[in-house]
Design a protein around this ligand. Structure first.
Ligand SMILES: [Cu+2]
Ligand SMILES: [Zn+2]
Length: 167
């Protein structure tokens, strides 16, 4: 018991170097599609990494964003709201000029409809008190079409084919 308490304390004190938090989710298909896959988020020190694997997309380019509401209940994914934009900027390309905190970018699905994206940033956190960084309570949306990085406020990415509630 004493040893367990001590090791938990050490883990907290040394969070940046020795500990990480990982959460995994399954993608909900939306808009009558058969989208499948998983997303894993890991906070390690100051960085959050996302490992997104998607199957049964149409081949080609698909936008992926964090949207503002952690609610995938609507059949078309509209319940997830708009892009997560806690810093009130224009829609754009990640870390190029103005961009939303949810503007991850695009996935490329191969001829079988499979796509994988590994993304890491210190702009996000998992459950910290800074609401300009906290991704918990938001959602991931995978779109039917590509993000053009300039159409406001959506990137003209079309319908919503997959949704994940980040809890
Ligand atoms: Cu989106
Ligand atoms: Zn955006």
């Amino acid at each position: 018991m004493k040893i367990a308490t001590l090791s938990m304390f050490a883990c907290t004190a040394l969070f940046a170097v020795s500990c990480s938090t990982t959460k995994s989710y399954v993608i909900n298909s939306k808009s009558g599609t058969d989208t499948q896959g998983t997303a894993q988020f890991t906070q390690k020190g100051k960085n959050v990494s996302m490992d997104l694997s998607v199957y049964k997309l149409t081949p080609g380019i698909h936008a992926v964003h964090i949207h503002e509401k952690g609610d995938c209940s609507a059949a078309d994914g509209s319940s997830a709201g708009g892009h997560w934009n806690p810093t009130a900027e224009k829609h754009g390309k990640w870390e190029h000029g103005e961009f939303h905190m949810g503007d991850i970018g695009n996935l490329v699905a191969d001829k079988d409809g499979t796509a994988r994206l590994v993304f890491e940033t210190d702009n996000w956190c998992m459950g910290c008190k800074d609401e300009t960084k906290n991704i918990i309570g938001k959602s991931i949306i995978i779109h039917a079409d590509a993000d053009d990085f300039h159409t406001q406020p959506t990137g003209n990415a079309g319908g919503r084919v997959g949704c994940i509630e980040i809890k």
